[in-house]
Design a protein around this ligand. Structure first.
Ligand code: ADP
Length: 470
């Protein structure tokens, strides 16, 4: 079975969040189970494309509105990622440094999807399934059924995987002219509330859609940024498949990015060394529990709550704690956090920006990881944390709800709170501090969570089962 994953992020080519982690791992695990899984991504002007050997395998051109676009398809030689990676390069559109935030993003993703189908058709590649990831490639199921040129793919099954339903790729109808010519009677399939909504179009036209956790699927029925009715109407096509951990890359036993590798049996000394080295580098106290936050400074992640949560935690004299934050995004949040730095010098440190190596070091060094998310389709941070023996403190939402069991439950190994509110998050942190004060309790929780199986094996097989069903 040939399955082509189409996505604008893929680790280590281009990563902004969890979407990249999934694309960098899932296809490799699927190949392990006999599926011929490929990834097709845009070309970016990034270290990856400069350092790797890429060979040109196809060239073509098409019209986008009145613009004549030429594209190239490049393939990474030798498949070092464990799966074939194909990159579509369109000079001026898909050859830039960043993944997102360009004013002509709609034009970029339309061109990417059009070039993908143009290449498939010209090279006579007929996959069994096209697995589209998020709204950037949400128009593909429509094009494959209703565009005049690409209707030949109408029998190819499509799975639309939702990593984040908040962003839907809305574009004004004046962009309609840029799409490959389609059966105009079908315009309603592209439309939601008077604009072209690629996310909605994908839900309407795909054979099935999946979310990255079961919990998130249920939540989308109630809260889907305006698409609740549509998702409810199409719920028979919906599946929840939780993300996994890439054991090759996120594994304290093999991790070359951390100060000292360790396993379940050596977690105590391993984490102690990593924490000591880390705290020395950031000049924070290593003799008290270390709490961390990693992520985008966005409302979804509850990052706006962090300054107040920290303030509450630090002003309570009973709390013996150091805190480290790694993230970037909203500048106001950054400013509020910066303002706390001078006041809590030896207890609080931050790194503003994106730093993959540092993320590994934080998971290895921290005792606790806080995730006060408002929306969390799956959440990979809590899974990585647990793999590294770091205890998650999470809001009960989406994938966090599915993967973290509160310590008060039978066999529990985390701390769960109900609402994304400062007081509740603070209380959960204080509850965790009290529990881990006892080294035996801390050790027991670490042992429990490091034993959990969040490997991709199970989820990769669930995807394959779904492809077969289609
Ligand atoms: P998202 O909604 O951002 O995709 P996920 O939890 O699914 O959230 O995935 C987040 C991924 O991005 C994880 O691999 C996490 O370690 C990583 N990450 C987030 N922010 C940063 C950062 N500032 N530096 C390094 N890695 C980060």
């Amino acid at each position: 079975m040939l399955v082509i994953h189409v996505s604008v992020e893929c680790f280590p080519l281009a990563k902004v969040g969890g979407l990249a982690d999934v694309l960098g791992a899932l296809p490799r695990y699927q190949r392990k189970f006999g599926v011929d899984a490929w990834v097709v991504s845009p070309f970016y002007d990034k270290p990856f494309t400069q350092d790797r050997s890429l060979s040109l395998i196809h060239e073509g051109d098409f019209m986008q509105g009145s613009e004549h676009l030429r594209y190239e398809v490049l393939k990474e030689e030798g498949d070092p990622l464990g799966f074939p990676l194909y990159l579509i390069r369109i000079p001026g559109k898909l050859d830039r440094e960043e993944v997102y935030c360009y004013p002509d993003e709609a034009e970029q993703w339309i061109a990417f999807q059009h070039a993908f189908l143009h290449w498939m058709k010209s090279a006579e590649i007929m996959p069994d399934v096209v697995n589209c990831h998020d709204h950037h490639v949400g128009l593909l199921p429509f094009f494959m059924r209703h565009s005049l040129e690409y209707k030949g793919f109408s029998e190819v099954k499509t799975l639309f995987t939702i990593h984040n339903g908040q962003y839907q790729g809305w574009m004004n109808w004046n962009k309609g002219i840029l799409l490959p010519k389609f059966d105009t009677w079908k315009w309603g399939l592209l439309d939601w509330a008077g604009v072209i909504n690629p996310f909605a179009a994908a839900i309407k036209c795909c054979d099935a859609f999946s979310t990255v956790s079961e919990g998130y699927l249920q939540e989308l029925f109630e809260q889907a940024n305006g698409l609740e009715d549509l998702i409810q109407a199409e719920q028979a096509k919906g599946y929840g498949i939780v993300n996994g951990i890439d054991d090759l890359y996120w594994n304290p036993e093999l991790d070359t990015l951390i100060d000292k590798t360790y396993r379940r049996s050596t977690v105590k000394s391993g984490k102690k060394t990593n924490k000591k080295e880390f705290c020395e580098r950031y000049k924070i106290d290593s003799t008290v529990p270390l709490l961390a936050f990693i992520g985008r400074f966005a409302l979804e992640k509850g990052a706006d709550l962090l300054p107040q949560i920290l303030e509450h935690i630090f002003t309570n004299q009973d709390n013996k704690i150091s805190i480290f934050i790694l993230g970037s995004g909203d500048e106001r949040i950054q400013e509020s956090l910066s303002a706390l730095l001078d006041r809590y010098e030896d207890r609080f440190a931050v790194f503003f920006g994106y730093n993959e190596t540092l993320a590994h070091q934080v998971y290895a060094a921290a005792d606790l990881l806080l995730m006060p998310s408002r929306v969390e389709p799956c959440g990979l941070n809590q899974l990585y944390a647990m793999k590294y023996g770091t205890i998650p403190i999470v809001r009960k939402i989406g994938g966090l709800k599915d993967t973290v069991l509160d310590i008060t439950e039978d066999g529990g190994y985390g701390f769960v709170f109900l609402n994304a509110e400062v007081n509740e998050a603070t209380e959960a942190v204080e509850r965790a501090l009290q529990v881990i004060e006892d080294p035996k309790a801390l050790h027991k929780i670490r042992q429990r969570e490091m034993e959990l199986d969040f490997s991709w094996d199970k989820s990769a097989q669930q995807y394959i089962k779904l492809y077969n069903q289609l």
